[in-house]
Design a protein around this ligand. Structure first.
Ligand code: BEZ
Length: 211
């Protein structure tokens, strides 16, 4: 059965470049990103892992633990990590799982047999501190992902987990947000005494809450 937004992220135990990972213990009340890439020593994957390593301070700032997965062997991860550092200018700084049997890849539907029978597609799961799936994205092997977009969605998820707001199209952190329709005008007045811009009764805009 496919894993859907709102489902509990399935637990697993697997070897990684930083030792065995027990996924639910690894999450340990933090946010997490679990992402697959198709294959070591391939060009697009090399750029993606280098860029994700570069973004580590941004993930740390948001309290997010990053975990990569490939179906390649642990022994191969070390040599490829050297290439990533050499060509992308940043060393791997998060664990890379070695899912040689494809068990976790199948558990998370990262193998799409009509695309490729053995390699994973480019999947991203964002998982909340409650271990529930908050976001899933899938890209084909030929298209590198935009990890700035992953950070943007995490900003939205963390904001909307705290406040009864939603974020509009192309929203970036710091921009105006939407009061969700479930909040009555009375309740909104208490929370936003300075008011809001009402384009329609269901489309009420306020500055991004700051705390
Ligand atoms: C790549 O990372 O460039 C790649 C990996 C697998 C299939 C196609 C491209």
């Amino acid at each position: 059965m496919a894993i859907l937004i709102g489902d509990t992220a399935p637990d697993f135990t697997l070897e990684s470049t930083e030792g065995p990972i027990h996924f639910h213990d690894y999450i340990d009340g933090s946010w997490a990103v679990l992402f697959s890439h198709p294959k070591n020593f391939t060009p697009v994957c090399t750029t993606e892992l280098g860029f994700t390593a570069k973004l580590k301070p941004e993930f740390d700032k948001r309290g997010v633990k990053v975990l990569g997965l490939s179906v390649d062997k642990l022994e191969d991860h070390g040599g490829w990590a050297k290439d990533i550092e050499e060509t992308q200018g940043t060393a791997l700084n998060f664990p890379l799982l070695a899912d040689t049997k494809g068990e976790v890849a199948r558990l998370y539907d990262m193998i799409h047999p009509n695309a490729d029978n053995t390699l994973t597609v480019r999947s991203v799961f964002v998982i909340g501190p409650d271990k529930k799936v908050k976001l899933k994205i899938e890209y084909p092997a030929s298209t590198g992902r935009n990890f700035n977009e992953v950070l943007r969605v995490i900003d939205s998820l963390q904001l909307t987990a705290k406040h009864q707001v939603a974020t509009p199209v192309n929203w970036e952190s710091g921009e105006d947000v939407i009061i969700v329709p479930a909040v009555s005008n009375e309740a909104a007045k208490a929370k936003y005494p300075e008011g809001w811009k009402e384009l329609k009764p269901y489309l009420r805009i306020v500055p991004q809450p700051r705390d």
